[in-house]
Write a protein that binds this ligand. Structure first.
Ligand code: NDP
Ligand code: 2IT
Length: 445
């Protein structure tokens, strides 16, 4: 058995109770095999893979907070500081009732490779809590965020670990967390990204993940002789990534006909009206089904997976992990899908990914396709360190350059080490090589 396979088999036994982490590790180690085989002796002697798969540190803590009725509630929180070989830990904070150590380890592992792909000096980390911001008052969210930061502040800093948003964590939550960090430490520093524009945030960060997804998807399609313009698009989710992906792909001349949330999806054959979606989701914090009472000709269907049965040429899953299983992938293929760009992290199961690749569908994995968010976060860190702000146009130009560069690296790595057009392998390999070299150079740490 090869070194890569042995390490994976050990992980499957040791972490059998962590399915999302094992899923990510299986995909990563399987696709890295050709590179690891070429360097097996050197890597094994250095214990490189055993170190690479294991987070440097996981901090876990309880978060007590007082709800509006005066009762003390307690949630469980984590920060996974995965790998700091190429820069300070960097990655978002997820607030969702499903959060557990397995999910944050899978997200942290993906983040290590994603951050490497950006070409910027950021290591990988992820954090989160099983707190559900839905249905909570602003004051409850504030008290939660303050309590969360009262523990987390000891472990983070502008040069050590820089959290940001993810599911359930947006500008409101980052603001409350930043205020508490500043109060506890007295430091006005770029310790979080996705900050508001009045206190150190970067223009373009809110849009960056969705816009970046479209820049990379367009680069992938054009390289393969296809265009975005004129295509029908499905976007799952209706949160931060989904909204700005839908906006940019529409600007590129495509038509978004469906969006969703965790309850169901809307279908609008005339093209989704994003002003209405933004009003419902960003301003009112409402549900996507309210769209149909405001826009005529649109329909709403309960349940999330039905969205993938709508015929389309481009699918942009932007909600959550494993939202596309093999059956949904087959439905998309039957409906004529040409390209899938993953805005979410690991939205396709391994079986779904294989189905797309087998059918010749262009497939951009999340760690490449959604890297624009964290790349723009790194640009926010740079602006904070320089104590200046770039214009929206400057940030967008840099973002476009970064996304095209990521696609090129992924495309070249796929051709050199795996199969041309296998962007899953290409992304894992290109991301890994930089981290591996930095780890080897720094010795057994
Ligand atoms: P938001 O919280 O803004 O939006 C999440 C959206 O996905 C909502 O529409 C939500 O519906 C839906 N969703 C969440 N969980 C589930 C679930 N279990 N089942 C079905 N639908 C679900 O999060 P983001 O837009 O920031 O994140 C979306 C994805 O993109 C995540 O995978 C995240 O890790 C990834 N990502 C985010 C980046 C960022 O910068 N924000 C950067 C890179 C990747 P509902 O409202 O009903 O919960
Ligand atoms: O998954 C991700 O890349 C994010 N949630 C964004 C991380 C960041 O630090 O901006």
């Amino acid at each position: 058995m090869s070194y890569a396979q042995r390490v994976l088999e050990q992980l499957k036994v040791r972490y059998a109770h962590e399915p999302e982490y094992i899923q990510a590790a299986t995909e990563i180690l399987t696709t890295l095999k050709p590179v690891i085989d070429r360097n097996e002796e050197k890597y094994e002697k250095a214990g490189l893979l055993e170190r690479f798969v294991e987070p440097e540190r996981i901090i876990s803590f309880r978060v007590p907070w007082v709800d509006d009725s005066g009762k003390v509630q307690v949630n469980r929180a984590f920060r996974v500081q995965y790998n700091s070989a190429i820069g300070p830990y960097k990655g978002g904070i997820r607030l969702h009732p499903s959060v557990n150590q397995s999910i944050l380890k899978f997200l942290g592992f993906e983040q290590v490779l994603k951050n490497s792909l950006t070409g910027l000096p950021i290591g990988g980390g992820k954090g989160g809590c099983d707190f559900d911001p839905k249905g909570k008052s602003d004051n409850e969210v504030m008290r939660f965020c303050q309590s969360f930061m009262t523990e987390l502040y000891r472990y983070i800093g502008a040069d050590t670990d820089v959290p940001a948003g993810d599911i359930g964590t947006g500008a409101r939550e980052i603001g409350y967390m930043y205020g508490q960090y500043k109060r506890l430490t007295g430091l006005y520093e770029g310790v979080l990204t996705g900050k508001g524009l009045t206190y150190g945030g970067s223009l373009g960060r809110k849009e960056a993940t969705g816009f970046g997804l479209c820049y990379l998807t367009r680069a992938m399609m054009e390289r393969n002789g296809k265009t975005v313009s004129g295509k029908t698009v499905l976007v799952s989710g209706s949160g931060n990534v989904a909204i700005y992906a839908a906006q940019k792909i529409t600007e590129m001349g495509a038509k978004v006909v469906a969006m969703s949330d965790s309850n169901g999806y809307i279908y609008d054959p005339n093209g989704v009206n994003l002003d209405v979606v933004k009003q419902i989701k960003e301003v009112e914090r409402g549900r996507i089904k309210e769209y149909v009472s405001r826009v005529s000709g649109a329909t709403y269907t309960e349940g999330c997976s039905g969205i993938w049965t709508i015929p389309c040429q481009i699918a942009l899953p932007c909600a959550t992990q494993n939202e596309i299983n093999e059956a949904s992938a087959k439905a998309l293929i039957a409906g004529g899908v040409e390209a899938v760009g993953e805005g979410a992290n690991m939205p396709s199961t391994i079986e779904a990914t294989e189905a797309f690749q087998k059918a010749g569908v262009l497939f951009a994995p999340g760690k490449a396709a959604n890297a624009g968010g964290v790349a723009c976060s790194a640009l926010e860190m740079t602006q904070n360190s320089m104590r200046l702000s770039w214009t929206a146009a400057e940030v967008d130009e840099k973002l476009q350059g970064i996304m095209v560069n990521i696609f090129n690296k992924v495309d070249e790595a796929a051709a050199e080490y795996a199969t041309p057009g296998d962007y899953v392998a290409g992304a894992n390999i290109a991301g890994f090589l930089k981290v591996a070299e930095a780890m080897l150079a720094q010795g057994a740490v």
